[in-house]
Design a protein around this ligand. Structure first.
Ligand SMILES: Nc1ncnc2c1ncn2[C@@H]1O[C@H](COP(=O)(O)OP(=O)(O)O)[C@@H](O)[C@H]1O
Ligand SMILES: [Mg+2]
Length: 413
């Protein structure tokens, strides 16, 4: 097992152990909130503090959303409405926003679940080194106050080794089999409490659409910049060199026809290179193979180029908007590239399904798993591209595999 695998095995334990201090912080926040609310009632002073307290609470719950998202491997969306300016407006807003109630409710959940689960996580994590150290060094303790392993006082090597091994085994078993489902359960609960129901009010939907639209615009701007860079550094640079060669050739045509001929030959190769560059750039904008052979054909070509044997399961795809086809194509291209680069797998599978007003795409491999989105730009790029079309992305990749990237793209109608 390499370090990354150990790290991802320990992630649930770490997640749970951190829940303990977070539960303590939640308890303190709850107390502070109640205190501010009480002074509000008594003196009106808290009225000034409450908006600040509630926006601090937002930041707090937001980090919890990120924590749960990191563990679950899927984003947990906040969907807060932006805070208006001005203390009074803020206060009214924060009180009316249903997310506030969810945030406060989460404090209670965090205290109730974080304390016991965090304790289990912490004990299991600490139990391993403690067992090792106590087994090896039990004889350092004074005979009146012997160290205890699993509650058994240790007075000889026999007890030390037996009880130490037992404690080690128990802790490792808890780390391996008990903590991952507990951590996942806790993260799912956090998500359930902190995310609005999908049929949340229209205002929330508008906020989310505004956010994805902003994302789409900035993705679009980034894409334009990339194309501009590619043209500038590639084709344009080659054309400039070409123009210079042609200029020199023109001047030396009369006196030195041999040099002129050489320069013209070079210019011709330069022109061919520039054309190749232009073709490459054009391909990254709208893959021509999509226009030629449709999505199914283009995906078949991708699969044929993938060194890992890939099965394609594409039903009748029918008419799809060009943007959806392009997004699906790039998702599959990135998925298969990752499979070839990282997965160590024997087989891969691409699934395409057009259902009413949605296109479902999934790319699966039976390799080693452990996709870490923070380490690259590919999977994050997939998420952006899909979110820009108001679709959803789910990545499942436990250590040891299998890895699946599943994308749902609305096709409009
Ligand atoms: N199919 C896979 N199987 C195993 N690991 C993967 C797979 N796909 C991606 N990864 C891991 O996840 C990381 C992030 O992938 P990605 O976002 O595509 O980044 P990159 O730009 O490096 O391709 C990679 O560095 C790799 O370690
Ligand atoms: Mg990649």
């Amino acid at each position: 097992m390499d370090i990354a695998a150990v790290r991802s095995r320990l992630r649930p334990a770490w997640y749970l152990a951190l829940s303990l201090p977070i539960a303590a912080a939640a308890a303190v926040s709850m107390f502070l909130l109640v205190a501010t609310a009480a002074t509000t009632a008594a003196a009106g002073l808290g009225l000034l503090l409450l908006p600040f307290a509630l926006s601090a609470l937002r930041r707090f719950t937001d980090t919890q959303r990120r924590r749960a998202a990191a563990l679950l491997g899927e984003p947990v969306e906040p969907r807060y409405r932006p805070l208006p300016a001005g203390a009074g407006a803020r206060l009214r807003h924060v009180f009316r926003d249903p997310t506030t109630a969810r945030d406060v409710g989460w404090l209670v959940v965090a205290v109730l679940t974080g304390l016991p689960l965090g304790a289990i996580g912490l004990f299991a994590l600490a139990g391993v080194p403690v067992a090792v150290v106590q087994t090896a060094l039990w004889w350092l303790a004074s005979p009146e106050q012997p160290v205890t392993l699993l509650g058994i006082p240790v007075r000889g090597w026999g007890t030390a080794l037996a009880a130490g091994a037992a404690q080690l085994a128990i802790c490792l078993a808890v780390l391996r089999w008990v903590l991952p489902p507990l951590a996942r359960g806790h993260a799912l609960l956090t998500r359930a409490v902190l995310t609005p129901a999908p049929t949340g009010d229209l205002q929330e939907r508008v906020t989310q659409l505004t956010a994805t639209r902003a994302g789409a615009l900035s993705a679009h701007a980034a894409e334009l910049q990339r194309i501009e860079r590619d043209l500038h550094d590639g084709a344009q640079a080659r054309l400039v060199a070409l123009a210079i060669r042609l200029g020199v050739a023109e001047r030396s045509l009369a006196d030195d026809p041999e040099t002129a001929a050489r320069l013209l030959r070079e210019a011709r190769t330069g022109a061919e290179d520039a054309m190749a560059e232009l073709r490459d750039v054009a391909r990254t904008i709208y893959p021509p193979i999509l226009a030629d052979r449709g999505l199914a054909g283009a995906v078949a070509a991708l699969a044929a180029r993938c060194p890992v044997p890939t099965r394609i399961d594409a039903g009748e795809l029918g008419e799809l908007p060009a943007a959806v086809e392009t997004a699906a194509y790039f998702v599959i291209a990135e998925g298969l590239t990752n499979i070839a680069k990282y997965s160590d797998s024997e087989h891969a599978e691409v699934l395409l399904l057009h259902l009413d007003d949605r296109l479902l795409v999934s790319v699966t491999d039976d390799g080693r798993g452990g996709v870490d989105e923070t380490r690259g730009t590919g999977v994050v790029g997939i998420r952006r591209r899909v979110a820009a079309l108001d679709g959803t992305t789910a990545v499942s990749s436990p250590p040891g595999g299998p890895t699946t990237i599943a994308v749902e793209l609305p096709c409009g109608s």
